[in-house]
Design a binder for this molecule. Structure first.
Ligand code: ZN
Ligand code: ZN
Length: 193
C-alpha cells in the first residue's frame, strides 16, 4: 500500500497506522487546501472535533490545533465531523463530515484485519469528495481561552482554576473532591481530629 510519508510520520506520533488516523489526515489536508492554508500549520486555525478517536491525533499533528493550545475544541457527539475556522476568516468555517460508506462496514464474514487494510487503502487513495461532505458554513468563533486565577481546594489543597471550583456546604472544592472521588485527598487533606 502506498502510504504518504507525512501520514507515516503522524503514525509515529499516534502510535500506530489506522483508518481513524487516515480520516483525520484527509479531513485536515482537505480543509487546509479549501481554506488556502499552505503552511504546515497556522496559529490562527481552530478546529472543532465531534469525536475523541484516533482521527483527532491526525488533526493535532497536521493542523497544529491542539488540546493544550486551546485551539482544538471537543464536542462529544460521536461523529467523524471536523469544523475548521480561522481567525483571519471570521464568520465562516469549513465543515468536513465523513460520508456513510466511505469505509467498508464491519461484516460477520469479513476478516477484521482485511477490512482495516481495505479501509486504510480507500481512505488514503479516494478523492476527498468520495469520503466526505465538505461545506462552507457560517460559524461564530469561540472566545480565546482566558487565563483564570487558581484557588486552593478546601479539601485536597490543590490549586484549581477558579471557574471549576464548586461551593458545597460552605467549602470551596475542586470537582473530584465535591463528588467525593478525589485521589489527591488522602495525600493532601489536613489530618482530621
Ligand atoms: Zn489509531
Ligand atoms: Zn480537591
Amino acid at each position: 500500500m502506498d502510504i504518504p510519508e507525512e501520514l507515516r510520520r503522524a503514525s509515529e506520533f499516534h502510535g500506530h497506522l489506522c483508518p481513524g488516523l487516515a480520516i483525520g489526515y484527509r479531513a485536515s489536508r482537505g480543509a487546509m487546501e479549501r481554506m488556502g492554508i499552505a503552511r504546515a500549520y497556522d496559529e490562527e486555525l481552530i478546529c472543532v472535533v465531534e469525536n475523541d478517536s484516533c482521527s483527532v491525533d491526525a488533526v493535532q499533528f497536521f493542523t497544529g490545533c491542539t488540546f493544550g493550545k486551546g485551539n482544538l475544541l471537543f464536542e462529544d457527539h460521536g461523529k467523524q465531523v471536523f469544523t475548521f475556522a480561522s481567525r483571519q476568516r471570521p464568520g465562516r468555517a469549513v465543515r468536513i463530515s465523513l460520508k456513510a460508506g466511505a469505509i467498508p462496514p464491519p461484516g460477520e464474514d469479513v476478516d477484521p484485519a482485511e477490512r482495516r487494510e481495505k479501509a486504510l487503502n480507500q481512505l488514503v487513495s479516494a478523492p476527498l469528495e468520495d469520503l466526505f461532505y465538505v461545506d462552507d458554513i457560517d460559524f461564530e468563533l469561540p472566545q480565546r481561552a482566558r487565563i483564570h486565577a487558581s484557588i486552593l481546594c478546601d479539601n485536597c489543597g490543590e490549586p484549581t482554576m477558579e471557574t471549576r471550583i464548586v461551593e458545597k456546604d460552605g467549602r470551596r472544592l475542586c470537582i473530584p473532591c465535591s463528588q467525593g472521588r478525589s485521589s489527591a485527598s488522602m495525600r493532601l487533606k489536613a489530618p482530621s481530629t
